[in-house]
Design a protein around this ligand. Structure first.
Ligand code: PMP
Ligand code: GLN
Length: 380
């Protein structure tokens, strides 16, 4: 067996959703909405399945989807993207894998900031790259610029960042990207930015992509996911955007990972991305109510909720809430004793340390959130 695979356990999201299925607990763990997804998208997918080709689409994605991605980013983020700068992938996960496979050789270094999404480090280790980890610190979880600078060596090829950030909801600012640009240009580093949560931004906050920063335009890769933009996490339609030479290099890895992704879903996502900005605004707003409900309910029950302006998650400071057990123990007990699944922050660290934080997903129906809140209030 491959040595990097041999040391892997089962991802926390599968473990916790498995526990929810087994015990009947309310699942505020893995990030997915309970709703089916927007009717416009479901209808478009059903129509495409019946009326369009179900055979292999082009390797870089349907031209109509690539055009729709360019249209969406022009409208939402003011970006100008040419057709040859877009590669459609099977979810953001495949885009991440393709970047890592295409950009790194064994022994090369890749810088990550933790807490981090649990796929990053295993993917890097699979190609024999060396992960260099720097940490975000609570309560603001700002990028540790000095630590990033200090982590760069002559072997650093990639800095992989996540903004908006899962699990903390923190976002990288234009000024921070300008500082990162200096580091990347001086050391010939590619910046890969996982932006899957770019649309799930609340409180009037604005998402910034590194592709909007002139000095990063040719050395940044932007990764997106229709699963998050349209609340259809099982669809696994994602993409990456980068200057043509970078996009072509990464597409070479993509062609031998999945080659393509189901055409009916690509057609549906293309239709969705062409929906007017008001539709997208209303869709984000539909998540804001659950967010406010969970935040108020947790506070009322005595939990210390940290502020966060993006993603589908809120996080709670356990000692700040007067709860003096490690995060893993809290999540374990909240399933078994309260019947509510949560995700401990330690799952977002490579070394699995104990942390003070637990993550809750709010994209659930009101009644489910209310029941979870009642259970969590009794539990503490
Ligand atoms: N990156 C981050 C930060 C995520 O949170 C997720 C999934 N929630 C992904 C990547 C994976 O996205 P996809 O389902 O499109 O593969
Ligand atoms: N990204 C989702 C989350 O953070 C889960 C994705 C997965 O299950 N692999 O909850």
């Amino acid at each position: 067996m491959n040595r990097s695979i041999a040391k892997l356990g089962t991802t926390i999201f599968e473990v916790m959703s498995g526990l929810a299925r087994e015990t009947g607990a309310i699942n505020l763990g893995q990030g997915f909405p309970d709703a089916q997804g927007p009717a416009e998208l479901l209808d478009a997918a059903a129509r495409a399945l019946r009326d369009k080709s179900n055979q292999y689409p082009p390797m870089r994605g349907l031209p109509e989807l690539r055009a729709a991605i360019a249209h969406y980013y022009a409208a939402q983020q003011g970006l100008t993207l040419a057709d040859e700068e877009i590669v459609v992938t099977s979810g953001a996960t495949e885009a991440l894998a393709a970047c890592i496979f295409a950009l790194l050789n064994p022994g090369d270094e890749i810088i990550f900031v933790q807490p981090l999404y649990d796929a990053y480090v295993p993917l890097a280790e699979l190609v024999g790259a060396v992960p260099k980890l720097v940490s975000l610190e609570p309560p603001h979880w700002r990028l540790p610029m000095a630590a990033i600078r200090a982590a760069v060596t002559s072997k650093t090829r990639v800095i992989l960042l996540n903004s908006p950030h899962n699990p903390t909801g923190s976002m990288i600012s234009a000024t921070e990207f300008e500082m990162l640009a200096e580091i990347c240009v001086a050391n010939d580093i590619v910046l890969v930015c996982d932006e899957v949560w770019e649309a799930m931004v609340f409180d009037g906050t604005r998402h910034v992509s590194p592709l909007a920063i002139a000095a990063l335009r040719d050395r940044a890769v932007k990764i997106g996911s229709a699963g998050k933009i349209f609340s259809v996490t099982g669809w696994k339609v994602g993409w990456l955007c980068a200057a043509p030479p970078l996009a072509s290099m990464i597409a070479r890895a993509h062609q031998f990972l999945t080659f393509t992704t189901p055409p009916a879903l690509q057609w549906a996502v293309a239709e969705g991305l062409m929906l007017p900005p008001e539709w997208h605004k209303a869709h984000v707003q539909s998540h804001a109510d659950g967010r406010a409900r969970l935040e108020q309910g947790l506070r009322a029950a005595g939990y210390a909720v940290l502020s966060s302006s993006a993603t589908w998650f809120l996080h709670v400071d356990l000692p700040g809430s007067g709860i003096h057990i490690p995060d893993g123990q809290f999540s374990d007990r909240s399933v078994r004793e309260a019947g509510v699944v949560t995700i401990p922050f330690s799952a977002f660290y490579a070394q699995d340390p104990e942390t003070r934080f637990v993550r809750f997903c709010f994209t659930k129906p009101e009644a489910m959130l209310d029941e979870a809140l009642a259970r969590l209030a009794r539990f503490r």
